[in-house]
Design a protein around this ligand. Structure first.
Ligand code: UD1
Length: 338
């Protein structure tokens, strides 16, 4: 059985990715410091797949602790590196925290990969590296700009660090996946998104409003240059997104190219109002919302050209927006908040 190491494997995207690797017949080792997730996520994974992944509560910025895991699992064929901070607003307030955690974490992962001869890396990047592009949809050749936030900048810098490291090494190969907006939960509702405190992102805010935890959703701006005036994103089902990592590892195992980048989205943009409507229609829940000012730093619209991932990786988003939004609601109804 081939083994993969998944850092950040109890997080939102990480946990869904563990499930997909287990379903594809890989042995999975999870590394997570539980700073933004809980250990019970492993129970959810086990309920879905029948397999509990090997788990280490380790902070990827702690090189000595991380090395112990790599020493033990030097036979892994690939690392999928998620462990990072991701709150855009917080990164503006505390940039050094973000630069330290997100960059030092990657540096430690890469140096251990070199030392223990683990050849393949899948890195979780973001469409934030494109900023507000002039032309839509964005392809992987759309110019990368200086991102709006330190969080976004860590993604850009990390892509460059990976590129440089690969160029200097004979064996190392990598794929960076630029995610658009992941939403939804596993259809079993055993795992899903678990934001700590008040959610920043649209879907968890919607589901928490519908369940009564929040009074109403604020729609940030209705005067954008879009058909209904609200901002447009490419919302991708989290299980579809997770599957893209399995396709990426399989491609790396075929030793085709040293470093590649893929957009991971649906290829379709939806406005905030369209998401609200999709939520109301697919769940039968009426949502309280009001229009407020634009949120600082938000871009107007972005969605992916996914033809490279479709053709080269052989991966395609499959789950509909309605099903995805419904899965987020099913998860919200099951989450216990003690
Ligand atoms: C941002 C980042 C993205 C990052 C993601 C994870 C940018 C450009 N994008 O995505 O890289 O991976 O966060 O945290 O930095 N909205 C509301 N009301 C709300 C919440 C959101 O109207 O209460 C709107 C936003 O204005 C936006 C859309 O919903 O138009 C999506 O917002 P959000 O879910 O926060 O994701 P992004 O900002 O696109």
């Amino acid at each position: 059985m081939q083994k993969v190491i998944i850092t950040g494997g109890t997080g939102y995207i990480g946990s869904h990715t563990v499930v997909e690797f287990q379903n594809a017949g890989f042995e999975v080792v999870v590394i997570d410091n539980l700073s933004n997730s809980i250990i019970e996520v492993l129970d959810g994974i086990e309920k879905i797949t029948g397999i509990r992944p090997i788990f280490y509560q380790v902070d990827v910025t702690e090189q000595k602790d991380l090395e112990i895991v790599f020493q033990k699992h030097g036979d892994a064929v690939a690392i999928i590196h998620f462990a990072a901070y991701k709150a855009v607003g917080e990164s503006v307030q505390e940039p050094l925290k973000y630069y330290h955690n997100n960059i030092q974490g990657l540096l430690n992962v890469l140096s251990n990969m070199l030392k223990y001869d683990i050849p393949n890396l899948v890195f979780s990047s973001s469409c934030t590296v494109y900023g507000q592009p002039d032309k839509l949809p964005v392809t992987e050749d759309t110019p990368v700009v200086k991102p709006e936030s330190p969080y976004g900048n860590t993604k850009k810098i990390n892509e460059e660090i990976i590129d440089d490291t690969i160029n200097s090494s004979e064996n190392l190969c990598a794929i960076s996946l630029r995610y658009f907006n992941p939403i939804g939960a596993h259809t079993s509702a055993y795992i899903g998104e678990l934001p700590l405190g008040v959610p920043d992102n649209l879907l968890p805010y919607i589901t928490q409003t519908a369940i009564g935890l929040r009074k109403e959703l604020s729609v940030f701006g209705d005067n954008y240059n879009t058909p209904d005036g609200t901002a447009i994103r490419d919302y991708i089902n989290v299980c579809d997104l997770a599957k893209a990592h399995v396709f990426a590892v399989k491609r790396l195992l075929n030793n085709v190219l040293k470093y590649e980048i893929f957009n991971i989205g649906t290829g379709k943009g939806s406005s905030v109002m369209e998401i609200i409507k999709a939520f109301e229609t697919s769940t039968g829940q009426k949502l309280n919302y009001k229009i407020v000012d634009r949120r600082a730093g938000d871009i107007e619209q972005v969605w992916a050209d996914t033809s490279k991932a479709n053709k080269v990786l052989g991966w395609k988003a499959e789950v509909s927006l309605d099903e995805t939004v419904k899965s987020a609601w099913e998860w919200e109804k099951k989450v216990k908040r003690d």
